[in-house]
Structure formats: structure tokens, C-alpha cells
Design a protein around this ligand. Structure first.
Ligand code: ATP
Ligand code: MG
Length: 561
């Protein structure tokens, strides 16, 4: 995997930036103007984040501008909900389009006039063939296509039919407008592509104003030209469309000559990055919605607790190339961990509680102990933790028959309670079913703060919360949404869903400062990972999502190489 580390502020090097630098140096381009052009037919995913970081990032680096343009030419699948979520996501990622919010649908009248222009030039015609006939006569990669029997219609007849299409005289699918280019072209996209179709569907923004709609190829380049976009950057699957993009720019009286450049799309292991598939996951309720923290959508990653700065860092590390590759999810998690390590305050939280009674601690007494908020950030200061006779510790931090390397609690062993005291376990109390319900321990009052004045060492330090002061909460742990790196690579990707991607721990016990935090707040639960407050939280019961575990699996993967 070619992923370089990029320091913030470091100058990025890639083929697109080379082109931009050359164009600015040679004067071909006076000022850089890019755009991010989502189709509002689903929520944005992290692949789109790569494109957003590239387009808006270029504008920032080169003192240019980036437009947000909705490519809303297909009314059938588009919705206002998507338009709203996309704007929110781009803003959340840290980018601002200022006044430069556009819609391809704003250009419907201009595009229509350009279609008439092509007809007048003898470069477009109305075809009465069915979609199936058009497909069948398109030819193959090896064989040329066949000219439509309607190809030689007169300009007058074409204009008349096109205007009647627009007036709503014909049924959907009965006629289309095609560009008259070359049915024998080696590039299938140039074989008289369909550019307008009849769709009797209201549009989210233009309502019933139109019943004919331009397709993507007839809208995209012209929209770029109308906005004076200098570098129209898209993913590699559009490389075969570039000759058509250029043909429209050449053959229409457009106000500017944008150029298209293609880079490889982002693919990440253990997930799917395709709106069609993500829609299926939502509609079939494999997940709880577009913002389910297991989803690779920007809304899902936000809810999971991924900081926008980590996504920007990730996009920069992945870089911009022309070769397709699969990026490991571990790299994304690494970027998230790097960021949160610097910013998230540390807290104590017990996810699977086991009661501990400190027998020699006076009943009814309590005290507070000082804890550091973030060892990476002295500015974050300190807080006070309440301590008392009854505590909770993590069930997994006790073992009845510990193996040799287990340095946590067992009967007769001593450990450190983080920021508090050394305790020794005297007895494990069991219920009738033989389950351990409580540990009876003693503490050494001389070890207050976590160090023994006699220099005695303990091998384990565990976290805890005071039972009387603890806030009960819910903690949601996440694993990969898919159990294989490339879902669907041998068949149905739905079958590759990980049945254990969500674990809900509803009896967690949290230190008091974890109550009442705003949704989205990020903290580290010591020894457990980074967590973010979920919007499902209530004042009575906070809910936390595990953003990422502490373990640095990416560093391990790198070390093996
Ligand atoms: P999907 O395949 O998920 O449906 P799309 O390409 O149809 O995505 P658009 O809304 O048309 O989605 O994409 C907006 C922009 O984001 C386009 O410029 C597209 O090239 C880019 N983009 C989409 N997916 C990725 C990806 N995985 N990596 C990088 N850029 C992407
Ligand atoms: Mg698309």
C-alpha cells in the first residue's frame, strides 16, 4: 500500500497538483476553480470525503475557489433529505463554499437551448427507437454500431419533435434526443449518445416545469463551463466519457473551456462504498439508518466519533493517484486514534462491572482523588474522582485461576487502582449458580495516589468507579460491518455482513464527569478506547459509542512489513 505520512501544512505532491501548478505557472489558468458535484441520491460516504478534501483542499492551497454543485439531473432518485445532509456533511468536514452553491437544475433552460443549438447545427436528432433497440444497435467493443433509421431527420422535424417532447406530448421512453457523432467510434460513449429523455416525474427543485431531462453527460461539462470551472476532477470511471465531455465543449457556444481529470476512487476494506449498496443496507434494515455508526457514511462516521480532522488527514495520506487499490480500514482507524490521542480527555468507565468491597475502608466515608485529564495536553488540567468503600471494576480484570501472565486481580494478589490505592483481593463471593458477584478486598492507606512509600511494586493497574457515585450508562461497541476485506468478492455482499458488528453493554458504570456531555463529545475511557456521546443519550442515561479501540493495530501491521 502506498500511503505516505503527511505532516499538516506540508506541500502535497501528486499528478493533479502538478497539473494545477503548471497551468497556473503557464497562465493557461488565471485562478483555480474546482467543484464538488454530488448527485443527491443518497448520503455521502468516505469516498466522497476524499473528493471533497481534494477539491476544496486544492482551492485552499492555490488560493482558488471550490463550488458545491448538486448534479440533480435525475428526478426519479433524488430527494431534499439528501441535499440537506450533503451540505451538512461538507460543512462538518470543515469546508465552506461561501455563496457558491449551485444546482445543475438551475441550468435546465440553458441546457435545453444548447440542445436546440445542436439540432440546428445538424448535430442532434430525435430517435423514436425504444431503449432496447438503441442498446441493441450500439454495437460492441469490437463491432461498430448501426445508424438509427431516424438519424437523417431534417432539422425542422427534429426541432418540432423536441419542442413537443418538452411540451409533454409523448409518453416516457417513446423518444429521446441523441447527439449525432459517430456510430462506428471506437469509444462506445461517442456512438450517438442519448442526451435528453422524457420523464414525467416532478423534480425536487423544478417541480413540474420539465418533463424532459438532460442526462449526466449533457449536463456535467456544460455546468462546469457555465461556472468557469478550470479543473473538473472526477473518478476514473469517467475517463471514457472525457471525449464526449470535450465534444460538447467543442461543439456548443459555451462560455469557458473546462478540462476533466480523473483519479482513482477510494476503496476501503471491510465496507462498501457505493450509494446503491448503502441504500440497500438502510432499506433492508441491516443497519439502523444512514448515520448508524457502522456505516462508512460521513454522517455515520461523525456519530461514531471520528473527528473531521482525522478524515482530512486520512484523505491526504491516501493521496491522489490513477491506480486502483484497497486501503485498509486500519489506516483510517490509525488516523482517528492519532487525532483523538491529542484531543480527547481521559476518563474512567467500567463497561462490564464487578462489585468490589474494600473491607478496611470506613463505611459511609468518601474522599476525592486527583486525576489527569490528558497526559498529551497539560492544558487539559485535572479533575477529582470520588472514592468510597464500594467500587466497580471491570469483570475481565479479575480471574479465579489466572494464567502466569495475568497481572490483574486474583485472590491474594495486589494491584493498583488508577489514581487511588493498592488493593489486595481476599475473597471472591459467588451466588447459588457459582457466578462471582462481588470481590472482598483490602486497601493500603499508605498508597494514596497510587504509589507505595516502601517502594513495593505491583504489576497491574486497573480502572474503577465508586459505586455510590457512578453514573449508569450504555456503551455500544462496534466491529467491522463486513467480516471480509472485500465484501461480495465471491457472491452476495449481504452474506458477508458481520453478525457481531454491534455489541450493546447496557450496564456500564461511568465516573460522574461523564454525565451530561453534549452528543458528539469525545473522550478516552482509559484502557478501553476512544468513545463519543451518542445522540440517543438522555440526562438519566448517557450512551457512548466506541469510536475506536486503543490498540494500535495499524502500527503492528506496518511493523510486520
Ligand atoms: P457511488 O458510486 O457511491 O454511488 P457516485 O460517484 O455515483 O458514488 P456522486 O454523487 O456522483 O456519487 O459523486 C460525487 C463526486 O464524488 C464525484 O466527483 C465522484 O467521482 C466522487 N466520488 C464518488 N465516490 C468516490 C470514491 N469512492 N472515491 C473518490 N471519489 C469518489
Ligand atoms: Mg454518480
Amino acid at each position: 500500500m502506498s500511503t505516505k505520512s503527511v505532516a499538516p501544512g506540508e506541500e502535497l505532491q501528486d499528478f493533479i497538483r502538478d497539473i494545477v501548478r503548471d497551468d497556473l505557472a503557464s497562465g493557461r489558468v488565471k485562478s483555480l476553480l474546482t467543484r464538488f458535484p454530488p448527485e443527491p441520491n443518497g448520503y455521502l460516504h468516505i469516498g466522497h470525503a476524499k473528493s471533497i478534501v481534494l477539491n476544496f483542499g486544492l482551492a485552499q492551497e492555490f488560493g482558488g475557489q471550490c463550488n458545491l454543485r448538486f448534479d440533480d439531473t435525475n428526478p426519479v432518485r433524488e430527494e431534499m433529505e439528501y441535499i440537506d445532509s450533503i451540505q451538512e456533511n461538507v460543512r462538518w468536514l470543515g469546508y465552506d463554499w461561501g455563496d457558491n452553491l449551485f444546482y445543475a437544475s438551475d441550468y435546465f433552460q440553458q441546457l435545453y437551448e444548447w440542445a436546440e443549438y445542436l439540432i440546428n447545427e445538424g448535430k442532434a436528432y430525435i430517435d423514436d427507437q425504444s431503449a432496447e433497440e438503441i442498446r441493441e444497435t450500439r454495437g460492441t467493443l469490437k463491432q461498430p454500431g448501426k445508424n438509427s433509421p431516424y438519424r437523417e431527420r431534417s432539422v425542422a422535424e427534429n426541432l418540432d419533435l423536441f419542442r413537443r417532447m418538452k411540451a409533454g406530448e409523448f409518453a416516457a421512453g417513446s423518444r429521446v434526443l441523441r447527439a449525432k457523432i459517430d456510430m462506428a467510434s471506437g469509444n462506445v460513449n461517442m456512438r450517438d449518445p442519448v442526451i435528453y429523455r422524457i420523464l414525467h416525474s416532478p423534480h425536487p427543485r423544478t417541480g413540474d416545469a420539465w418533463c424532459i431531462y438532460p442526462n449526466y453527460d449533457f449536463a456535467h461539462g456544460q455546468s462546469d463551463a457555465i461556472e468557469h470551472i478550470t479543473h473538473s476532477i472526477c473518478t476514473l470511471e469517467f475517463a471514457d466519457h472525457r471525449p464526449l465531455y470535450d465534444w460538447f465543449i467543442e461543439n456548443l457556444p459555451v462560455p469557458a473551456r473546462p478540462r476533466q481529470y480523473e483519479f482513482s476512487r477510494l476503496n476501503i476494506s471491510h465496507t462498501v462504498l457505493s450509494k446503491r449498496r448503502l441504500i440497500q443496507l438502510v432499506e433492508e434494515e441491516h443497519v439502523k439508518g444512514w448515520d448508524d455508526p457502522r456505516m462508512p457514511t460521513i454522517s455515520g462516521l461523525k456519530r461514531r466519533g471520528y473527528p473531521p480532522a482525522a478524515l482530512r488527514d486520512f484523505a491526504r495520506r491516501v493521496g491522489v493517484t490513477k491506480s486502483d487499490n484497497l486501503i485498509e480500514m486500519a489506516l483510517l482507524e490509525y488516523c482517528v486514534r492519532e487525532r483523538l490521542n491529542k484531543t480527547a480527555e481521559r476518563r474512567l468507565a467500567v463497561l462490564k462491572p464487578l462489585k468490589v468491597v474494600i473491607e478496611n475502608y470506613p463505611e459511609g466515608e468518601e474522599e476525592t482523588l486527583e486525576a489527569i485529564n490528558n497526559p498529551e495536553d497539560p492544558q487539559a488540567g485535572k479533575r477529582m474522582l470520588p472514592f468510597s468503600r464500594e467500587l466497580y471494576i471491570e469483570r475481565d480484570d479479575f480471574m479465579e485461576d489466572p494464567p502466569r501472565k495475568f497481572f490483574r486481580l486474583a485472590v491474594g494478589r495486589e494491584v493498583r487502582l488508577r489514581y487511588a490505592y493498592f488493593i489486595t483481593c481476599r475473597e471472591a463471593v459467588k451466588n447459588a449458580e457459582g457466578e462471582i458477584t462481588e470481590l472482598r478486598c483490602t486497601y493500603d492507606p499508605a498508597t494514596r495516589g497510587g504509589d507505595a512509600p516502601d517502594g513495593r511494586k505491583v504489576k497491574g493497574t486497573i480502572h474503577w468507579v465508586s459505586a455510590a457515585h457512578a453514573v449508569p450508562g450504555e456503551v455500544r461497541l462496534y466491529d467491522h460491518l463486513f467480516k471480509v476485506p472485500e465484501p461480495g468478492s465471491d457472491g452476495d455482499y449481504i452474506a458477508d455482513l458481520n453478525p457481531d458488528s454491534l455489541t450493546v453493554l447496557s450496564e456500564a458504570m461511568l465516573e460522574p464527569s461523564l454525565a451530561g456531555l453534549e452528543p458528539g463529545s469525545a473522550v478516552q475511557f482509559e484502557r478501553q478506547g476512544y468513545f463519543a456521546v451518542d445522540p440517543d443519550s438522555s440526562p438519566e442515561k448517557p450512551v457512548f459509542n466506541r469510536t475506536v479501540a486503543l490498540r494500535d493495530s495499524w502500527a503492528k501491521i506496518q511493523a510486520k512489513k
